[in-house]
Design a protein around this ligand. Structure first.
Ligand code: NAP
Ligand code: G4F
Length: 375
């Protein structure tokens, strides 16, 4: 995939930026700060001394669970995380927040990120993921022009863009997306490449393969499985209904992957990178290992339900991340088995708390019960 051919403007602006910001904390703006990756990236950047600003959507219930532990009352001195309302469907708000924060780095992690749900709400998915990215980089283009200084931008691309392209997939593999989400991410990717080439913006596309954690949304397959393992182990649930057990994914740990996002933006020139472990496992493997971790036999509890199959499936994803290893010095730290262990441990703990509350006579419906079974 082409990288920019207008490199000299990055270098000049990078130099000017360095002089201005060398004695000030860097400012990062994270779109999608309340998501899995947003929370790990916030932790990572705060530990590096950044002032972090996050864009969050208005919701009728609190949606900041994943960053609550990082937030300090802004009335107190030294608050390093600031939250702003905004939305990728609202160009005016995006412009305003860019102007207000005047960031050194922007990370666009915002998305309707569920592949199966994208078949149910395709227009909205495209509006947020594809057009939302265009809105944001249009705002960025104007901001950079008016401020006359370099802003480094990360675009959250996905291995779903490869879709039906046979594994292993690298930066040179042509895209063949298989869902409205995958198509929208591919459009966002090409908008980003085009703006880099046309306007000399410092934009990197990360093409990240699946990455999970104890903070993973509960309707993605890994977390759906580990949540069920936790609840089954405590006698709170008996059955788990899943879709396609044969799909293969290259699963890594989200905490490792946010470092790669940051590393891309520290390079002299912007480029695109695949981030992956280079190991693929089937959903069936994940299920078997997760149940075994809790001493359970998965075949007694798991049933297949057609409603969790997708109209078009991505059968096999396996990333070739040699470029990231060579140029960024990045490699994953957490193995597949360690990842499962970490997620199962967390979800057994959550289930134990649920059980204790039940036993004390305060049983409430489980959070998200209306989505029972997930997607
Ligand atoms: P996630 O947990 O679903 O988080 C998505 C974030 O985007 C949330 O903060 C969400 O806000 C926000 N968001 C949703 N719609 C928005 C809108 N209209 N305007 C502004 N923000 C909006 O996803 P993730 O796993 O952290 O992934 C981060 C990014 O990487 C996403 O773009 C995803 O598509 C991409 N990606 C993820 C993976 C993976 O395996 N995790 C792999 C490749 C690429 P709420 O909290 O209010 O919902
Ligand atoms: O966990 P999943 O929903 O993740 P999927 O579709 O791979 O997408 C995730 O990774 C992408 C990167 O490749 C991201 F861009 C995207 O935002 C998201 O984070 O499904 C994984 C596999 C699929 O093949 C699915 O068909 O698991 C299979 N599966 C089987 N039963 C299930 C289920 N998936 C879900 N969500 N729920 C099931 O019951």
């Amino acid at each position: 995939m082409p990288s920019s051919d207008s490199g000299s403007s990055f270098l000049l602006m990078a130099h000017a930026n360095l002089m201005v910001t060398s004695c000030m904390a860097k400012r990062a703006l994270i779109i999608g700060v309340t998501g899995q990756d947003g929370s790990y990236l916030t932790e990572f950047l705060l530990a590096k001394g950044y002032d972090v600003h996050g864009l969050m959507r208005r919701a009728s219930l609190f949606n900041t669970d994943r960053v609550d532990h990082l937030y300090h009352d802004p009335h107190l001195a030294g608050a390093k995380l600031t939250l702003h309302y905004g939305d990728l469907t609202d160009g005016t708000a995006l412009r305003r927040v860019l102007h207000t924060v005047d960031p050194d780095e922007v990370y666009n992690l915002g998305a309707q990120s569920h592949v199966k749900v994208s078949f149910d709400i395709p227009e909205y998915t495209a509006e947020v993921v594809a057009v939302g990215t265009l809105r944001l980089i249009e705002a960025l283009r104007d901001h950079v022009m008016h401020r006359g200084r370099l802003v480094r931008y990360y675009q959250a691309g996905s291995s779903e863009m490869f879709g039906a392209a046979p594994p292993p997939q690298s930066e040179r593999t042509p895209f063949y997306p298989r869902s409205p989400y995958g198509v929208s991410k591919a459009a966002a990717h090409w908008f980003a490449v085009n703006y880099r080439e046309a306007y000399g913006l410092f934009i990197c596309n990360g093409i990240l393969f699946n990455h999970e954690s104890p903070r993973r949304g509960e309707t993605f397959v890994t977390r759906k499985v580990t949540r069920a393992v936790g609840r089954i182990s405590q006698g709170l649930q008996d059955k788990l209904y899943l879709g396609n057990l044969e799909a293969q994914r290259d699963w890594g740990y989200a905490g490792d992957y946010v470092e790669a996002m940051w590393l891309m933006l520290q390079r002299e020139r912007p480029d695109d990178y695949v981030i992956a472990t280079g190991e693929a496992h089937s959903v069936r493997d994940f299920v078997q290992l997760a149940f075994a971790e809790a001493g359970l036999d998965w075949q007694r509890h798991v049933a297949v339900d057609d409603r969790y199959f997708r109209p078009t499936e991505v059968d096999a994803l396996l990333g070739d991340a040699r470029k990231a290893r060579r140029l960024l010095g990045w490699q994953p730290q957490v193995t597949f088995v360690e990842l499962i262990r970490m997620m199962v441990a967390r979800d057994i703990d959550l289930a134990r708390r649920e059980l204790a509350v039940n036993q004390a006579g305060f049983a409430d419906p489980a959070r998200g019960a209306a989505l029972a079974g997930g997607d």
